[in-house]
Design a protein around this ligand. Sequence first.
Ligand SMILES: Cc1cc2nc3c(=O)[nH]c(=O)nc-3n(C[C@H](O)[C@H](O)[C@H](O)COP(=O)(O)OP(=O)(O)OC[C@H]3O[C@@H](n4cnc5c(N)ncnc54)[C@H](O)[C@@H]3O)c2cc1C
Ligand SMILES: *[C@@H]1O[C@H](CO)[C@@H](O)[C@H](O)[C@H]1NC(C)=O
Ligand SMILES: *[C@@H]1O[C@H](CO)[C@@H](O)[C@H](O)[C@H]1NC(C)=O
Length: 384
Amino acid sequence: MEEQTMVLIVGAGPAGLATAACLTQLSIPYVIVEREYCSASLWRNRAYDRLKLHLAKEFCELPHMSYPADAPTYIPKDQFVKYLDSYIECFNIRPKYHTAIESCTYDEARRCWLGVAHDMKTSVSVRYMARFLVVASGENSAENIPVIPGLHCFTGETIHSSRYKSGATYSGKNVLVVGCGNSGMEIAYDLASHGANTSIVIRSPVHVTTKEIIRLGMTLVQHTPVNVVDDLLVRLSNYVFGDLSRHGIVRPKMGPLLLKEKIGRSAVIDVGTVGLIKKGTIKVLGNISKIKGKIVEFEDRNEDTFDAIVFATGYKSTANTWLKNGESMLNNDGLPKKEFPNHWKGENGLYCAGLAKRGLAGIAMDAKNIANDILSCLASMHDI
Ligand SMILES: Cc1cc2nc3c(=O)[nH]c(=O)nc-3n(C[C@H](O)[C@H](O)[C@H](O)COP(=O)(O)OP(=O)(O)OC[C@H]3O[C@@H](n4cnc5c(N)ncnc54)[C@H](O)[C@@H]3O)c2cc1C
Ligand SMILES: *[C@@H]1O[C@H](CO)[C@@H](O)[C@H](O)[C@H]1NC(C)=O
Ligand SMILES: *[C@@H]1O[C@H](CO)[C@@H](O)[C@H](O)[C@H]1NC(C)=O
């Protein structure tokens, strides 16, 4: 079976949906495929219960649709999913679910992309032929777990943050959280508030701030140089939290907004974790050196016994496992080669949406750029 279309979009998360909506607005036909049985599976199935959007709603809109006027500034997960559902309905997006792309190759002779997908319901292969290909399979496609000697023999429970729901089942247990990004810090808070004896491994410098300070910064930086805004953000954050270095938390040299821009690392928006660290309720530990049974040994030679380890150690892109001929756009990690704002376009009608570590605002920009570029390609093909 072979299906022909103008644009093939791989992935029906926010990036794929936003691209579909922008194409619809320009009357460009497309097919959107998704390996899961639903759209935005990260938000529906792979996010912890208490998750809210970390950024204020004005920075989290997809193109052509605003949040309801009475929506809270920081949208809870369930409300974000509802927004996506109405987005899908509004633009009449019909993803082909349970359809995992297994390879996409550029056919020089026919000047098109050939996609092979596996329909998981019927177990048949489906072929797509498209003039343009949009990689929207996400930066969060596969779990990233660090290599630690002895980890595979750990006799407690290990879980990645994407499968963590709530601390309710960990009450009274000794739990170690590895990773100090937004997920790790919030999960540590959630565990501790459910009565788990919680420790967190903080291996590298990190900016801790508040959601209001970040919102102020994101607003100011639209008109003010980033280094000036960053100086202010660091001052304000230090005023709120004080010096945290004796608790094992030190700030990176680069400011929070510049760090996000340069390497895509987000500042941590505190949900109460720092207060519990100061009180000693949550213990901060250094790098792990090895694991033996239930005993975790640290580089400072201390050791502790844990019932569970939560890895909030991030994700990997898996685009390289299926995209062939993607060298013009993606590096070996399956992320854009070119720097923002030129990251979204490769050669031969290849694009990516949502791979620039810029959250939903970045996704909205990518989707609009891609749809407009496809329109201008089609217009110039017509000219000849
Ligand atoms: C815990 C968490 C909180 C976040 N909070 C915010 C926030 O507050 N504000 C913000 O702006 N950003 C936030 N982000 C970042 C970002 O906005 C989200 O990760 C967003 O979901 C990314 O959308 P996406 O469509 O690029 O990727 P995804 O949501 O991961 O969607 C990609 C889709 O592609 C599918 N797919 C992958 N491979 C294939 C294949 N081979 N064939 C078919 N389908 C495939 C996947 O199943 C998935 O559904 C957060 C991220 C995480 C992890
Ligand atoms: C932890 O290990 C990483 C590399 O594995 C290293 O870069 C970092 O400096 C270490 N941190 C501490 C506190 O020892
Ligand atoms: C809590 O965890 C810390 C760090 O692992 C450990 O030293 C301490 O003994 C634990 N407390 C209890 C009551 O188990």
